[in-house]
Design a protein around this ligand. Structure first.
Ligand code: B4P
Length: 216
């Protein structure tokens, strides 16, 4: 099974994908997490991606598409979090899946109003070593700035600073909102209002998947 989770920056795609992956065993494929790991490792892709990410811009399609190819047919099933983000990425995904005789089983769109998105992103922090995510308001590390899991430094991502957040919202409207139109014109997209607590959003998500109302 392949499920695409869509929504603006901070909508909770990563939060929900991690939970769903834990409860189902499906592979959580987060392009943001993969890119951050490349940046931390100082790889060629990481060095290229860092500038785009820190500004809140998208990393060029060709790099992203090459990066995810090897994961899309994982037999455990795949939760796509943060991909596709452009119409070109969506078309490439459709082509790759068609070639492999596979398809997308469910597309879920999380909606959250802009003020709430900005609040969430401004309070998000991450461990620079193991990438464990924190929220400085609702889920802060036990010791300030220190990761509970590995002792690494916890800090606010450069792309969660106000100027980059503003740019990310604009980039989302310009480049990712059209992906929703692309999918809506081809198959069913299920809407989840993701303004409640992480628990209540997870309940809506699992209910929607269980009910089969998302099947294409
Ligand atoms: P991502 O890492 O994908 O991140 P995101 O969209 O910012 O966040 P997400 O929606 O997952 O929110 P989260 O659960 O963390 O992208 C980062 C960058 O990578 C992009 O800007 C781009 O540069 C690059 N990139 C990634 N994919 C790419 C692609 N395909 N093409 C090109 N470039 C790409 O939640 C946010 C915060 O809200 C957290 O603090 C969380 O604790 C909190 N939260 C979550 N749910 C909540 C709830 N229900 N209530 C209250 N708080 C909640």
């Amino acid at each position: 099974m392949r499920i695409v989770l869509m929504g603006p920056p901070g909508a909770g795609k990563g939060t929900q994908a991690r939970r769903l992956s834990e409860s189902t065993g499906m592979k959580h494929l987060s392009t943001g997490d993969i890119l951050r790991a490349e940046v931390a490792a100082g790889s060629e892709l990481g060095l290229l991606a860092k500038g785009f990410m820190d500004r809140g811009d998208y990393v060029p399609d060709s790099h992203i598409i090459a990066m995810i190819q090897k994961y899309i047919d994982d037999p455990a099933g795949v939760l796509l979090d943060g991909f596709p983000r452009t119409v070109f990425q969506a078309e490439s995904l459709d082509n790759s899946l068609n070639d492999a005789g596979l398809g997308i089983d469910k597309i879920i769109h999380f909606s959250v109003d802009t003020d709430e998105l900005i609040n969430r992103l401004s309070s998000r922090a991450i461990c620079s070593k193991c990438q464990t995510p924190y929220n400085l308001i609702s889920d802060a590390p036990l010791k300030e700035d220190v990761c509970d899991k590995c002792g690494g430094k916890v800090s606010v991502r450069d792309d969660d600073k106000p100027k980059a957040i503003k740019n990310r919202m604009n980039v989302y409207e310009e480049q990712t909102a059209p992906v929703l139109d692309y999918y809506r014109s081809r198959r069913e997209v299920t809407e989840i209002v993701a303004t409640g607590s992480p628990d209540s959003v997870f309940e809506s998500l699992t209910q929607a998947i269980r009910s089969g109302e998302l099947s294409n």
